[in-house]
Write a protein that binds this ligand. Sequence first.
Ligand SMILES: Cc1cc2nc3c(=O)[nH]c(=O)nc-3n(C[C@H](O)[C@H](O)[C@H](O)COP(=O)(O)OP(=O)(O)OC[C@H]3O[C@@H](n4cnc5c(N)ncnc54)[C@H](O)[C@@H]3O)c2cc1C
Length: 478
Amino acid sequence: MASAKPNPDLDAVVAGAGPNGLVAAVRLAEAGLRVLVLEAADHPGGGLRSAEVTLPGFVHDLGATVHALGLASPAMRALDLQAEGLELVHPPTPLGHAIDAGRSALLHRSIDATAEGLGRDGRAWRGMLARLSANWPGLAASVLDPTRLPPHDLGALLGFGVRGLWPASLVGRAVFRDEPARALFAGLAAHAAVPLGQPLTTGIGLMLGGLAHGVGWPVARGGSQSVADALVARLRSLGGEVRTGHRVTALAELPSARVVVLDLTPRQVLAIAGDALPARYARRLERWRYGAGVFAAHWALDGPVPWADPALAGAGTVHIGTAEQVARTEREAARGRHVDDPWVLAVQATVADPTRAPAGKHTLWAYCRVPNGSTVDALPALEAQLERVAPGFRERVLGRHVMGPAALEGWNANLVGGDIGGGATDLRQLAARPSLSLTPWATPVPGLYLCSSSTLPGGGVHGMGGWNAAGVALARLT
Ligand SMILES: Cc1cc2nc3c(=O)[nH]c(=O)nc-3n(C[C@H](O)[C@H](O)[C@H](O)COP(=O)(O)OP(=O)(O)OC[C@H]3O[C@@H](n4cnc5c(N)ncnc54)[C@H](O)[C@@H]3O)c2cc1C
């Protein structure tokens, strides 16, 4: 793609050093292209950045923290970032779900142990997840790379599609009889970040549950920043360059390159490249809808979270709330309304990775869904939910750091209104992400590609948007 300033030393420019931008850069560099990544923030990584935001010695993941998708992603597996020193570490239990004080459900790596804990719903749990968990490579590849022809695993894709299309609210009520299994499943499905009455929410629940059994829900030793650092190290070893503190404001300012990849969401793409886009494609991006936001908080703790149910001590991730609270929070946030008692998604990373805090101390990361752009302080609601299932929690707090929607967007312009998924992930915007095509990463402008979570397959640290954007770009260069 030609632009204003010719540069004979460059083949590709990537705007945005999130996981998708960095994976795109690495794949292009591996193919022999000379690549420059321009990143607005002072550190590369986008949603992978970690920092000591509460107290010295306490490392917090400010965006993504659980790397189940990364562990299963065909792109991340092909890149083998362990060779750059990345270490993913597992908590004893992937997921706990605290319903109320003393009542919880546990999702173990072992499907048998999980089923046993769910009592009379154990058989149904096994029926829903056993095959998907056993065939996690086929499941992950098919779901994260859905436009590939022929599909990675047609059987897995069909099996997943037939069950996954249903709304999770319906499936939860129809399949499970008791609150623990219903709440556990609702929490998994709510990662879809849309109301549980919407189609495909069951698919998100099945995918994340299948991965919890299949590969686990690990965190990165030292913080998620180490995933970004490994990608940057790989890129540099291939001759690529990352320039931080450089916000791209217009396509015309970019050095000339045959390939330009934007790790940005439609609103930013329009601001930067709007003039270059054909009117029809620009209108499609203008109609892009962002989803509900999140209100995130980070705590430095004097000791472990004092869970009322001690079984939660070994769970890396803990979901908090009844099945009804999970459904109501997601429904109301999508309608632009707050609830006083939101369901909460918490991660106690130090259970798996004690290096993130001084000896004997812990960190906690949590968020709840709020309306897009909300300015309401949700910290009291988050802490009330934690206190409900972990009495004495507040007494353990040494330091706090909160990031509501505006702070999140200020930290990373891709998080529009606090939406952490790059745009609402309802059926329409999943089918056409951001446009209906077998190669949705390509724009109508030759040489210009999109790769952010606003492209297929959507949010999460899997790098597949970047991997496929680079793949399409390389195919079109030859
Ligand atoms: C609070 C939170 C919790 C999350 N939890 C998880 C989790 O546990 N597991 C998981 O898999 N995913 C999680 N996610 C989602 C995950 O972080 C994202 O889906 C992922 O980072 C998207 O990658 P990306 O490369 O598309 O964009 P991003 O990671 O958002 O990166 C975009 C980059 O572009 C830069 N940028 C923006 N505008 C410009 C510009 N004009 N010029 C130059 N650079 C620019 C930004 O600074 C940023 O570095 C979470 C996200 C958040 C915010």
